[in-house]
Write a new protein. Structure first.
Lengths: 186, 563
């Protein structure tokens, strides 16, 4: 599939989904951004869309007693992977995940994801997650997987949230978990 | 003469031949078709996860365009990418419906940098298999011939493992084993209770756990349990040409290494019945050059060696050098993989481990050795086992978000065990490497055409391996048991072998009992192409032992003046 074709298809699909799910208001308010986002050649994760990615990642992996996704650079990591790693097809699928979250926010709460309070964001992400697994949506798994590797293989995720030794120096084959503490990051 | 000996290829076997020859005072030229690599300096093994390019992922389009075959190997990632050829630059052909995975790396050290480091001896069940069932030619050697050479290469390479007293898996010269984890111990107890002649033992692997003075003198140190071996090891803790054999060979002052030197063909002097020259093409400048020596060793890998021999046609050897038997390129084998099963265990949730053991356990062959009832196939299979508690990555495959997800992933998940079967593959004349008469590579060398399939025996033993693996996991209390399948194309286990086999009869084999070609007195082949049958064990250790033995034999002949 060519890049242009895939973008057109994705837009058509997205608009179709919105028509079914979100109603006229949502479609009107969303359509400007969707058109801008799939515009030719431009960076696809600037501005508002990057802010959406930040908050989605932070909702998936929030700040608790350890730093969350934003402090660990997860949004920047996902953007880099979209630019440097993902094929056109994967990039479209991953961006489609963000669109799906935005449309779910409109559908459920009549507002964009960024305008929702934290508990509503979590609710939206929870629904997206459950629905995606129920219908075996590969794009969501890919997206979630990227956020997770972005977090748990970041320096903060690996060393503050989990455990990581660059040079363990020994193999201790069978220990009580409490002696080791947290899961190893690798 | 420029040199006493020329060795083609710097991987596991070329490194061993060079070391043994150099230590015997033989002036040796080592030719490597790939680029130079500097041990330690060129490795990415000290990169933390957050420093690895794309966290280990090779860009999808690059992978699809350039690494369609190499990218199927388990060790292919963004930190090991330099160790694999670009398939787009090094094509080969197969029949469209008969894929073969030719996994390789062209650089100094070859696949000794990326090998799985599993080191198991063959036994007389393997060397005597053809004599017993007639489905392969008889090996011209027996275990007793190779046993002292296994000792020698194990001591030098450094192998950790446990002696078990099994006939089908002979003991060796081992350093301290790495140790089974909690679940593996329980699995071992259960399997051995139900099946008294099956054995679960810690993997024997070429990692230093108790380095000797000889290892340390070469700049090698003990394994640090990092498990980033596929990037190369800056501690020199696992055996490779770069960590071990080449430094030892260099110390003698007898070694010359030329990289970027692609061997195009060998010239043959009919009057002397000798190889008279090794013609190479510089990979970068495409300049041709010829080297001469009294003896030539091909250690170019099974398919590479077949390509060189088949390309070295002359009026005296119209089918390729040393190929009066027509066996060159034929009898290509691999180990059948894509066998076994995986499961999760509900118990041992309060147990864990520390460090990243770069290996697992081994369950040696039992079918047609200690278990002969209801066996509808010849030969057998063995299992490598890998066990760990599932990591944070399970979060990507399960429902769950937010603080709850984060809290859950802070603790390791359930225990998982994978039994990976390796099945013996019978040699068949039709499984072969030929030259593609129509297409050449960018150096003008004919491409190879590989036509290789599994047969009925492989199918039957694979089914049995899958059944047995699932049954053992179930008996040990595992759940969610799934087969590892599908069976992968031949080549996928990167144990390809057999294209210039050893044998007693020059009419049906290429090499004699010392890996010397029957037809050409000063030509030896010691890579995997020499194998008369595959056995079930990972073959590298056997290649090493055969290489060391052949090199010392050749050194004897050079001393006596016979060659």
């Amino acid at each position: 599939m060519s890049e242009t074709a895939s973008k057109v298809d994705r837009r058509a699909i997205l608009l179709g989904v919105l028509c079914l799910a979100g109603g006229v208001t949502a479609l009107t308010r969303m359509s400007t951004r969707v058109v801008a986002a799939v515009g030719a050649n431009g960076p696809e994760l600037d501005g508002e869309r990057f802010a959406l990615l930040e908050q989605v990642a932070e909702t998936l992996i929030p700040t608790t007693d350890t730093p969350g996704a934003i402090a660990s650079g997860v949004p920047e990591f996902v953007r880099m992977m979209l630019n440097d790693w993902a094929s056109d097809e994967t990039r479209a699928a991953l961006l489609g995940v963000l669109d799906g979250i935005e449309s779910k926010a409109w559908n459920k709460h009549g507002r964009g994801f960024l305008e929702l309070p934290a508990d509503r964001r979590l609710e939206v992400i929870r629904i997206v997650d459950e629905e995606a697994f129920a219908r075996q949506d590969g794009a969501w798994r890919k997206f979630k997987g990227l956020v997770l590797v972005g977090y748990y293989h970041s320096e903060i995720g690996a060393t503050q949230e989990l455990r990581f030794e660059l040079v363990p120096g020994a193999w201790r084959s069978c220990l009580p978990l409490v002696e080791v503490g947290r899961a190893s990051a690798v | 003469m420029d040199f006493d000996a020329i060795v083609v290829g710097s991987g596991i076997t070329g490194g061993w031949v060079a070391k043994e020859l150099c230590e015997r005072g033989v002036k040796t030229l080592l030719l490597e078709r790939g680029r130079n690599v500097e041990h330690k300096v060129d490795y990415l093994d000290f990169a933390a996860p957050w420093q690895v390019p794309n966290r280990g992922r090779v860009p999808e389009e690059e992978k699809a365009q350039h690494y369609a075959i190499q990218g199927t190997n388990y060790a292919f990632n963004s930190a090991s990418k330099q160790w694999w050829v670009r398939d787009s630059e090094h094509p080969y052909s197969t029949p469209p419906d008969r894929p073969f995975s030719w996994i390789r790396g062209y650089h100094l050290g070859g696949r000794s940098i990326t090998w799985g480091r599993q080191t198991y001896r063959l036994s007389d069940y393997d060397f005597g298999a053809g004599r017993r069932d007639g489905k392969s030619i008889d090996w011209p050697i027996r275990y007793a011939d190779l046993s002292p050479w296994y000792d020698r290469v194990e001591r030098f390479a450094g192998v950790s493992g446990s002696n078990e007293g099994l006939e089908q898996l002979p003991d060796g010269q081992f350093m301290a084993p790495m140790g089974l984890n909690c679940l593996e111990r329980a699995f071992k107890d259960k399997v051995e209770e139900i099946h008294p002649t099956r054995r679960v033992t810690v993997a024997r692997c070429a990692h230093l756990t108790e380095p000797t003075a000889e290892h340390i003198a070469l700049g090698r140190g003990p394994c640090q349990m990092r498990n980033v071996c596929d990037r190369g090891c800056g501690y020199g803790a696992y055996f490779s040409s770069l960590s071990a054999t080449l430094p030892a060979a260099k110390k003698t002052g007898n070694l010359t290494i030329v990289t970027d030197a692609i061997v195009e063909r060998l010239d043959y002097d009919h009057a002397k019945r000798r190889v008279s020259g090794v013609r190479v093409i510089d990979a970068n400048t495409r300049q041709g050059k010829s080297y001469q020596a009294r003896v030539v060793f091909l250690c170019a890998s099974t398919i590479g060696t077949a390509q060189i021999l088949l390309s070295s046609r002359s009026e005296f050897f119209p089918n390729g050098l040393a190929n009066r038997s027509d066996a060159v390129g034929r009898y290509l084998m691999d180990h059948v993989v894509g066998l076994g099963a995986v499961g999760t265990h509900p118990g041992f949730l309060d147990r864990y481990y520390y460090g990243r053991r770069p290996s697992g356990f081994y369950l040696p062959r039992y079918a047609n050795i200690t278990e002969n009832e209801d066996v509808d196939f010849l030969r057998g299979f063995a299992f490598q086992g890998y066990t760990s508690r599932s990591s944070w990555s399970r979060g990507g495959n399960e429902v769950g978000v937010g603080a709850e997800l984060k809290q859950k992933l802070r603790t390791p998940g359930r225990w998982e065990m994978r039994l990976v079967g390796f099945g013996e593959m019978l040699p068949r004349a039709d499984n072969r490497v030929t030259l593609d008469e129509k297409r050449i590579d960018k150096w003008g060398i004919p491409l190879v055409h590989i036509d290789c399939t599994h047969g009925e025996n492989e199918r039957l033993l694979g089914e049995r391996a899958n059944r047995d693996a699932a049954a053992m996991l179930a008996a040990a209390g595992f759940e969610n048991i799934q087969a590892n399948g599908p069976v992968r194309p031949p080549g996928h286990s990167v144990h390809e072998m057999g294209t210039a086999r050893m044998g007693l009869d020059p009419a049906t084999s290429v090499l004699n009992r010392y890996n010397r070609t029957h037809d050409v007195a000063n030509l030896f082949v010691t890579d995997g192409s020499c194998m008369a049958s595959s056995g079930t064990a990972n073959p590298s250790l056997t290649y090493m032992a055969l290489s060391a033995r052949a090199a010392n034999y050749a050194a004897d002949l050079l001393t006596s003046g016979e060659i």
